[in-house]
Design a protein around this ligand. Structure first.
Ligand code: SF4
Ligand code: SF4
Length: 460
């Protein structure tokens, strides 16, 4: 980081210490309540008393550990403090703590990079209080690549051993068992083996046109078993030549990537790519949006390998199968009165991967559905509260964000809310259970594959 940049920054924006002392932010749309939030936040983060006595400036400490953030260059200094991101950030909206808002986090990152704040545990806690929903990045009028900066600073925090302890557990699990649970990887197909009468060799073949990459949550969380079961049943009935990887499937690495533990992901990526190549597949399907995002948008950069097979999310592939006439959809409405269905855009599928229309087209192809959009949708979709490891790091905040999502669902009066992500499905299901009794009808959460299978099974 050059001296010039530091001087420029000092002139344009004084940094987190001034924010801590400020009554309000210059140009802020927020009230002083917001400013108070960040004042308290920054003070707490820095362990500062307003003087410079506690400010740690170390040539080998902060700066050395913020190389990855400093590589981001001008982006780090282009936040104009306009406050646009406050009104859309689920974390800020549910905490009113500016220290965890996008703008607040950026000022802390700047201060750390500028050596006026040390990388402390409290700063780390603020940085990790984020669903990584990416909404702030998409809405920022100054084009600040906020999420990239968050990821970069998380890497720096990991390098400095200033990250939530729980992430060590996650890393150990993935490193030793290649999945996010304490189960051995041999259990990857338990969801399948428990189906009476199945022949395993029909599902795990030496070669196949298509590899279905199931993902850790669907493989190991019994609550999500219905998703891979639905997908494999659809594939069988549509005559898709597919295989699973079984215990040769390793975690895609997304939980580590979003935690800042990027270096640990390359070997997972190389292994997974190698396994798909070994099967001779032309197409890789994932049902988890985070797996999809990692495969489609991260693996090549991480490994330098550009796989020559196509990568699709299952919602895209289902649409292809429908358009090719390989699956027959029947009316799912009761007594032929349209059933109200809405769709929640998973952050990693929609905003982070650009897949908005295919899941909607799949839902709308099903006869008997009266489709209604949620108030926030596509690029503006509110997160369900299940992203960024926030469920483990701050379960109360995760629940608050999920509760806000259920209010949006209730407002549509939909009987079914569809998602295309097992994590969103889990988070929304739990939140809807908490809100039981608040509405006089039942809302069901279904994965897109479950909805398609329901339609295939309906009486034609
Ligand atoms: S991050 Fe972007 S939207 Fe948020 S305050 Fe800065 S310039 Fe405004
Ligand atoms: S990524 Fe989402 S949760 Fe995190 S700061 Fe941005 S808007 Fe808030």
């Amino acid at each position: 980081m050059g001296e010039e940049k530091i001087l420029l920054k000092d002139k344009d924006f004084a940094g987190a210490e001034d924010i801590a002392n400020a009554k309000d932010m210059p140009g802020s749309k927020e009230t002083s309540a917001g400013a108070k939030g960040i004042a308290a936040g920054a003070k707490g983060i820095a362990g500062m008393d307003g003087s410079k006595t506690n400010v740690v400036i170390s040539g080998t400490g902060v700066l050395a550990k913020t190389v990855r953030v400093s590589k981001k260059g001008d982006e780090l200094y282009s936040c104009s403090r306009c406050g646009t991101c406050l009104s859309i950030c689920p974390v800020y909206k549910n905490t009113l703590d500016e220290g965890v808002s996008p703008r607040g986090k950026l000022s802390l990152i700047e201060a750390a990079a500028n050596k006026t704040l040390p990388l402390t545990d409290k700063l780390s806690q603020k940085i990790y209080t984020c669903t990584m929903c990416n909404y702030c990045t998409k809405e920022c009028p100054s084009g600040v690549k906020i999420s990239e900066l968050f990821r970069a600073v998380r890497q720096d925090l990991v390098d400095s051993s200033k990250y939530p302890e729980i992430l060590d557990m996650l890393k150990d699990k993935i490193k030793t068992a290649y999945n996010i649970t304490f189960d051995t990887n041999q259990g990857r197909l338990d969801w399948l083996k428990q189906i009476p009468g199945i022949t395993l060799s029909d599902y795990v073949k030496d070669t196949a046109e298509v590899v279905y990459f199931v993902g850790c949550v669907s493989s190991f969380s019994p609550r999500s078993f219905s998703i891979p079961r639905a997908i494999t049943e659809i594939f069988k009935r549509a005559d898709v030549d597919f295989t699973l990887l079984g215990e040769d499937e390793w975690c895609c690495g997304f939980p580590l990537l979003s935690s800042g533990m990027t270096d640990a992901v390359t070997s997972l990526a190389l292994h997974n790519i190698g396994m798909v190549i070994k099967k001779g597949a032309k197409l890789l399907i994932t049902s988890c949006p985070s797996c999809f995002h990692t495969w489609a948008h991260e693996y090549t950069e991480l490994t330098g390998v550009k796989p020559d097979f196509e990568i699709m999310h299952v919602s895209q592939y289902l649409l292809r199968l429908i358009q090719e006439g390989k699956i027959k959809l029947n009316d799912i409405s009761v007594n032929k009165a349209g059933i109200k269905v809405t769709y929640h855009d998973p952050c990693d599928l929609g905003r982070n991967s650009g897949i908005f229309e295919e899941p909607r087209q799949v839902i709308k192809s099903i006869p008997g559905i009266d489709f209604i959009e949620l108030d926030t949708n596509r690029l503006q979709a509110n997160c369900c509260g299940g992203g960024g490891n926030i469920e483990s790091l701050n379960p109360a905040l995760s629940s608050k964000i999920a509760d806000a999502k259920t209010d949006e669902i209730f407002a549509t009066k939909a009987e079914i809310v569809v998602s295309a992500c097992q994590q969103c499905e889990r988070t929304m299901n739990t939140a809807l259970k908490r809100k039981k009794g608040e509405i006089d009808y039942k809302v069901k959460v279904l994965d897109i594959a479950e909805l398609v299978l329901q339609s295939m099974n309906a009486e034609g």
